[in-house]
Design a protein around this ligand. Structure first.
Ligand SMILES: Cc1cc2nc3c(=O)[nH]c(=O)nc-3n(C[C@H](O)[C@H](O)[C@H](O)COP(=O)(O)O)c2cc1C
Length: 199
């Protein structure tokens, strides 16, 4: 029995390849770990706030010294960190938008990368605090970025690996539905992406 967290960032619902891919990963996980709990957070519908002056200022204030305004400002970030901390396995779905992740997913990441809660600096080195979780990335794009001429433009996957690793999440496996806009590839892109899933 595992706690599984599904982070969705495509707003396209039934039409979304990254959601279909994420759901396929979850189906396989449920076969492997029957009775697991699945919690879904659709960041495209959450309206997570961009970091503002109050939040950034509050990040560095010890809990016991936070003002009511600072405590209030941090609540949404505390909740987002707790939801991820509770999960044994997280699936993070992302469309490629303008060669990167959607701003809504970046907003979620800005809330979960928290000094003292999900990372800290010790002896001049950063240390991730959310270790011991399995992460699956479910990525969708019109182009092909895993290999070939567009690989140098693959900013999203390396970024996700880096920022998740920064908070201690290093056990990452990526699955992709790619080439969804390229004739000759698009016809089988979804089928190939779903078939590649192994957990
Ligand atoms: C605003 C926007 C920007 C996009 N930018 C890119 C891009 O830079 N590269 C690419 O290969 N596909 C791009 N696409 C295509 C999407 O990545 C593709 O449709 C993908 O399947 C979307 O994920 P979803 O099916 O989960 O919604 C873009 C789509 C939109 C709507």
């Amino acid at each position: 029995m595992k706690n599984i967290l599904h982070i969705i960032s495509s707003p396209r619902q039934e039409a979304s390849a990254s959601i279909k891919l994420g759901n396929n990963i979850i189906e396989k996980l449920l076969e492997k770990y029957p009775g697991s709990r699945v919690k879904t957070i659709n960041v495209s519908e959450k309206n997570y706030p961009a970091l503002d002056q109050t939040m950034i200022g509050a990040f560095k204030v010890p809990v016991t010294e936070q003002s009511p305004e600072q405590r209030n400002a941090l609540r949404i970030s505390n909740d987002a960190v707790a939801e991820l901390a509770d999960a044994d396995i997280a699936i993070i779905g992302s469309p490629l938008y303008n060669f990167h992740i959607p701003s809504t997913l970046k907003a979620w990441l800005d809330l979960i990368v928290r000094p003292g809660l999900s990372f800290r600096y010790a002896n001049g080195k950063s240390e991730g605090l959310l270790g011991d979780k399995k992460i699956y990335l479910a990525l969708a794009s019109n182009g092909v970025y895993s290999d070939g001429p567009m690989k140098p433009m693959d900013f999203a996957e390396p970024y996700l690996r880096h920022i998740l690793g920064f908070i201690g999440l290093n056990d990452i496996t990526t699955f992709r539905v790619e080439g969804g806009g390229i004739s000759g590839i698009m016809e089988t892109a979804l089928e190939k992406g779903l078939a590649s899933v192994a957990v």
